[in-house]
Design a protein around this ligand. Structure first.
Ligand code: NAD
Ligand code: MG
Length: 364
């Protein structure tokens, strides 16, 4: 088992991420951080039939309840949150209870938010079952639900007391979802760790073959990068924005295509390659490093080109979608751009017309 100790500036919220095989069936991974007698598990209708039983077996010493969400991003809503909270109240969950999120980022985000507000906050364990949630949403303490006006509009910062990443769960994850997680991992390496980027190049085959030892190392290193950035900026006032590399272009692509056509990670893969190419254009990144980023992304079978995705979307639609990005305070754009593999810069005041021109060339 690999263990990553997460240390955040608010010391009371330090916790461990455990990564390995067969972790769900070992009750010690949970009991060492469960204080009260009550456990409330939130999962969804896809994940629960696969893993709820084994988790419940490990928790047999506790009074255990569960709530099963429908599957899908659209259920990360205030309505579902209210249902979860109703159910927690109905079973008489006390303040010293522990909530466990068993599922991907959707389950993790909504459960974390429920734990943050239930009786002003109860203890919470993440059991992430998608690669994306293992390396991204389970680190950093952001919890949320969506609102019709936007994604993650309502939420809170609430750190888990533990993350239990059981590699066995990845065996049932659809390949496309797995690769979407890889996209965020490549992104992390481009932001902050050249050595890890080279490791990903060397280990591409073994990652695609899902060899456990390789996956454990990969997940630990990716979480480590995110944890380091988050610990520098827990409440997102500065460097945490680095994590948005590829996301301004990526969100624009998702929005312009209509959410759901591409997985978020796929859009980020294209967005990251676009950001690298834009950075070359501004003279910030060497062409050879941009090529290396594209090559690694393609090496995993991820999309790197909007052309093939957006024949029916205009440049101006993409640009106006980008201007709507939360990070842009006025009409100019802010972009996170790589300066080298392992280093990024936050560039403000990027002219909308310049980006428009760049996308036009991209679409030619
Ligand atoms: P998801 O939770 O929707 O899971 C993707 C799909 O895989 C779902 O259909 C799910 O039921 C299924 N699934 C999950 N585990 C499985 C398994 N082991 N076997 C088979 N199927 C499985 O999506 P996601 O990509 O994990 O997470 C996306 C969400 O995470 C978004 O809502 C996003 O906003 C959020 N997010 C949050 C943060 C954060 O910091 N809190 C960071 C990134 C993303
Ligand atoms: Mg993302």
């Amino acid at each position: 088992m690999n263990i990553l100790d997460l240390q955040l500036p608010t010391k009371s919220s330090d916790y461990q991420i455990l990564i390995g095989k067969d972790l769900l069936s070992d009750s010690n991974n949970f009991s060492s951080v469960i204080k009260g007698q009550q456990v409330f598990i939130v999962s969804n209708e896809t994940v629960a039939p696969l893993y709820l039983k084994v988790l419940k077996n490990s928790l047999s010493q506790y009074e255990t309840h569960s709530y099963i969400l429908k599957d899908g991003e659209k259920y990360k809503s205030l309505g579902s949150l209210e249902d979860i909270l109703d159910s927690m109240l109905k079973v008489g969950l006390r303040r010293n209870a522990t909530l466990i999120a068993l599922g991907g980022g959707v389950v993790g985000d909504i459960s974390g938010f429920a734990a943050a507000i239930y009786q002003r906050g109860i203890s919470f364990i993440q059991v992430p079952t998608t690669l994306l949630s293992q390396v991204d949403s389970s680190v950093g303490g952001k919890t949320a639900v969506n609102h019709p006006s936007g994604k993650n509009m309502l939420g809170a910062f609430h750190q888990p007391v533990r993350v239990v990443t059981d590699l066995n769960t990845l065996k049932t994850l659809p390949k496309r979802e797995f690769l979407a997680g890889v996209a965020e991992i490549i992104k992390a390496s481009v932001i902050a760790d050249r050595d890890f980027f080279e490791w990903l190049e060397l280990n591409t085959e073994s990652i695609l073959a899902q060899e456990s030892a390789t996956l454990a190392t990969m997940i630990q290193r990716a979480c480590g990068i995110k944890a380091k950035i988050v610990s520098l900026d827990e409440k997102e006032q500065g460097v945490r924005a680095w994590l948005n590399l590829g996301h301004t272009f990526g969100h624009a692509i998702e929005r312009a295509l209509g959410f759901g056509k591409l997985l978020h990670g796929e859009a980020v893969a294209i967005g990251m390659v676009m950001a690298a190419e834009y950075s070359v254009k501004l003279g910030l990144l060497s062409p050879s490093e941009s090529v290396a980023i594209k090559r690694l992304t393609q090496g995993f079978g991820l999309p790197t080109n909007i052309e093939t995705q957006v024949d029916d979307v205009s440049t101006s639609e993409l640009v106006s979608a980008m201007a709507l990005d939360k990070k842009n305070v006025d009409t100019d754009l802010t972009l996170i751009l790589p300066k080298a593999i392992g280093k990024v810069t936050i560039e403000h005041n990027i002219k909308t017309q310049d980006v428009e021109q760049f996308i036009e060339q991209y679409l030619e």
